[in-house]
Design a protein around this ligand. Structure first.
Ligand SMILES: [Zn+2]
Length: 425
């Protein structure tokens, strides 16, 4: 079965790396500017001109050039109403393409120009996300960002805010902004504060700077995930450390090409990382500035790296497994996502009358599993009350075999169990 855009849109997905201030709708910026009397560059009613002015989807000179778009978006994100609306609409856009779980990041440091206090900013964003949950069922959490090109003290304030709002809508801390000349080690105090309070930590690294930046994020910051990690491939030792410790990478393909972190989609390290067994997740970074969606990102991955259904399923599951949800919640959410993915495969197979596995090795293994299963041994891939015959542990052409599909099905010895995911909830 050919993997179509429609199929990708239908399967459950996550977005763990999406910036609030880079993901507004164009029309919303224009409306907010008019309501607030903010001057935007160009014609205040022309969406196309605005798109050009913020380099929407265009290749930039570098990350610093890319970040200029945020001068425009931030100019209209200085009120509670605007923050609420931006958060709600982002949730709405994500839910419409069946994103089930999203972690939205931003820095309250950048939203105080009209006198908003940090807690009011976090509450406004939280209210917008809660409304998206009420209307669409979208689960989400906030990640508070420190900013590299501001003082370490400013990032420490953000770390304090993050700790204060732990379990109140905030699920993690991040360090964002211009990576070159602003090493993570300068922000150690902020990282220590959040980790000391058992808060999750992700750090942008290896995007505009090389492996030393990732090394600092892991060893001086103590990051639980890495934002981008595009240049990790330049250091095999560090690559193995990240792989061995199952530290997830938040991959943002289109953004990497746009900021020239990577020359082209073809030369992006994602397929290499997947083949090496690194835990990769697919993310948007900035829906507006990069002119993308989670569906677009998956479509590009399929198009450029010739992924099959098993690869796609692994990427989708790794998104859920890498989330900052509490473990017990994550376990049930991941199991539900697996079951939903398999139901969509079944539905599309019925429509197209074809087997959804394009990899001959995978197909052969499935045939073997079906042929050797007996009544006493439940199939590892059984879904729901009736055996749909769809694999929950598809072997894949990419990736190592030892990693279980469900979040907790790995014994201490690293072996997989055969417990059906449907029993895991
Ligand atoms: Zn980012």
């Amino acid at each position: 079965m050919k993997i179509t855009r429609e199929f990708i849109e239908r399967v459950p997905k996550t977005d763990l790396h999406v910036h609030l201030d880079g993901s507004l709708r164009l029309g919303t910026i224009l409306e907010l500017a008019e309501d607030q009397g903010v001057d935007l560059p160009g014609d205040p009613a022309d969406e196309e001109e605005l798109a050009r002015n913020i380099n929407m989807g265009a290749i930039c000179e570098d990350l610093t050039d890319y970040l200029k778009a945020f001068d425009v978006t931030l100019s209209v994100l200085q009120t509670e109403e605007a923050l609420y609306r931006a958060a709600f609409e982002l949730g709405e856009d994500a839910a419409r393409e069946n994103v089930k779980y999203m972690e939205v990041r931003y820095s309250p440091l950048l939203h105080t120009r009209k006198g908003l206090s940090y807690p009011v900013i976090v509450e406004a964003v939280g209210e917008g996300l809660r409304e998206a949950k009420r209307q669409y069922g979208l689960m989400s959490g906030q990640i508070i960002c420190g900013i590299r090109h501001m003082t370490p003290e400013a990032s420490l304030r953000m770390a304090e805010l993050c700790v204060a709002f732990k379990y109140k809508g905030v699920v993690g801390f991040d360090l964002a902004g211009a990576e070159a000349n602003n090493p993570a080690k300068d922000y150690r105090e902020a990282f220590y504060l959040v980790r000391n309070n058992n808060v999750n930590l992700t750090i942008h690294a290896g995007e505009a700077y090389g492996p030393p930046s990732i090394h600092q994020a892991i060893h001086m910051g103590g990051a639980h995930r890495i934002g981008h990690g595009t240049r990790l491939r330049e250091d095999g030792d560090l690559l193995n450390y990240i792989n061995d410790h199952r530290i997830p990478l938040e991959v943002c393909l289109t953004s990497n090409v746009q900021t020239r972190a990577c020359k082209s989609f073809e030369s992006h390290p994602l397929p290499f990382y997947m083949s090496y067994g690194i835990r990769c997740t697919i993310n948007t970074d900035n829906r507006l500035v990069t002119d993308t969606s989670v569906t677009d990102e998956f479509c590009r991955a399929v198009q450029y790296y010739d992924l099959n259904i098993g690869d796609l399923r692994k990427l989708m599951i790794d998104g859920f497994k890498s989330s900052f949800l509490p473990y017990r919640k994550k376990k049930s959410v991941t199991a539900r996502a697996c079951a939903e993915f398999d139901m969509v495969v079944k539905e599309f197979e019925e429509i197209y009358g074809e087997v959804a596995v394009t990899d001959p090795q995978v197909a052969q293994e499935l045939a073997f599993q079906r042929a050797t299963a007996d009544a006493r041994t439940p199939l590892a891939y059984a879904v729901g009350p009736e055996d749909r015959g769809y694999p929950l542990r598809l072997r894949r052409s990419f990736g190592r075999d030892e990693e279980p599909e469900s979040v907790d099905h790995q014994g201490d010895d690293g072996s997989e169990t055969t417990e059906p995911v449907s029993q895991a909830e």
